[in-house]
Design a protein around this ligand. Structure first.
Ligand code: NAD
Length: 245
C-alpha cells in the first residue's frame, strides 16, 4: 500500500510508533525513525535489520526548526523524497491540577504541540516543493472527552486536533492531506506494566471488550497514509473500541 513512499515517524523507537514503522516497512515504504536518543534509535534499527536498506535513524530536537529541517533534509537526500510524516512522539502525565508545575505543563505542550508544529512546518515545505504529501498526527481519545487528572495532556491533544483541522484546510491547495489518529487505551509498555486485574477491569468497560493493540492503531495510520484515503483530510480518526472514558 505504500510502495515507493518515504515516511518519517517521530517516536518510532517503541510502542505505537514502532508498530507504525513496522507496518509501513511491511507495506513497501522506506522509513526514517526519529527518536530522542541515538541509543534507542540504534536499538530499533537493529531490531529491524531485515529492512536495513529501507530504514535510517535521525535524532533532532523536535522543537528546534533548525535541527528538524536538517534531519528531514537528510531523509530526502538519502531516500529521494518525503511523502509521509507521522507526528507520533508524545508524553503524558496524570498529575493533579493542585500539584501541576508550570515546568511539567510546558514540557508536555512543547513536545506534544510545539514539536508537531515544527515538524509539520518542516515537512510541508518539502512536500509542497515535490507536489504533495501526507501528515498524520497522534491525537488521543482524551482529545474528545478530556480526562479527570493530568489536564496538560488532554489540553495538548485538543491542540493537536486544532492544528490538524487547520493545516488540512491550509495545505489542501498544496496537495498535502493532514489527519490525526485518536487511540483509546493501547497495549504499550505502560499498559503492559499494569496488574492483569486492572487491565481486565478497563477492558470490561470498552464496548469491544479489550484494549487496543499497537497494530490496531498502526493500521489506521496505514490507511490514512495510503491512497485509499485520497479524499480524507482534516479527520480525527478514533481507534478506541468505542470507549468513552
Ligand atoms: P510511548 O511512551 O511508548 O512512546 C513514545 C515515543 O515518543 C517513544 O519512542 C519515545 O522515545 C518518543 N519520545 C518521547 N519524548 C521524545 C522527544 N522529546 N523527542 C523525540 N521522541 C520522543 O508512547 P505510545 O503509548 O506508543 O504513544 C505514542 C503516541 O500515541 C503518543 O503521542 C501518545 O500520546 C499517543 N497515544 C497513546 C495511547 C496509549 O494508550 N498508548 C493512547 C492515546 C494516544
Amino acid at each position: 500500500m505504500l510502495k515507493g513512499k518515504v515516511a518519517i515517524v517521530t517516536g518510532g523507537t517503541r510502542g505505537i510508533g514502532l508498530a507504525i514503522v513496522k507496518t509501513y516497512l511491511e507495506n513497501g515504504a522506506k522509513v526514517a525513525i526519529a527518536g530522542s536518543r541515538q541509543e534507542t534509535v540504534d536499538k530499533a534499527l537493529s531490531e529491524l535489520s531485515e529492512y536495513k536498506n529501507s530504514i535510517m535513524g535521525i535524532c533532532p530536537n523536535l522543537c528546534s526548526p533548525e535541527e528538524v529541517d536538517k534531519a528531514f533534509a537528510s531523509v530526502k537526500e538519502k531516500f529521494g523524497s518525503l511523502d509521509i510524516l507521522v507526528n507520533n512522539a508524545g508524553i503524558s502525565s496524570r498529575t493533579s491540577i493542585y500539584d501541576y508545575t508550570l515546568d511539567e505543563f510546558t514540557k508536555i505542550m512543547d513536545l506534544n504541540v510545539k514539536g508537531v508544529f515544527v515538524c509539520a512546518q518542516s515537512a510541508a515545505k518539502i512536500m509542497k516543493e515535490q507536489g504533495g504529501g501526507v501528515i498524520i498526527n497522534a491525537s488521543s481519545m482524551v482529545s474528545i472527552y478530556g480526562q479527570p487528572s493530568g489536564c496538560g495532556y488532554p489540553t495538548s491533544k485538543f491542540a493537536v486536533n486544532g492544528l490538524t483541522k487547520s493545516l488540512a484546510r491550509e495545505l489542501a491547495k498544496d496537495n498535502i492531506r493532514v489527519n490525526a489518529v485518536a487511540p483509546g487505551v493501547t497495549n504499550t509498555d505502560m499498559v503492559a506494566a499494569l496488574p492483569k486485574e486492572l487491565v481486565n477491569k478497563i477492558s470490561e468497560e470498552i464496548p469491544l471488550g479489550r484494549v487496543g493493540e499497537p497494530t490496531d492503531v498502526a493500521n489506521a495510520y496505514l490507511y490514512l497514509a495510503s491512497d485509499l484515503a485520497s479524499y480524507v483530510t482534516g479527520e480525527v480518526l478514533q481507534v478506541d473500541g468505542a470507549a468513552r472514558a
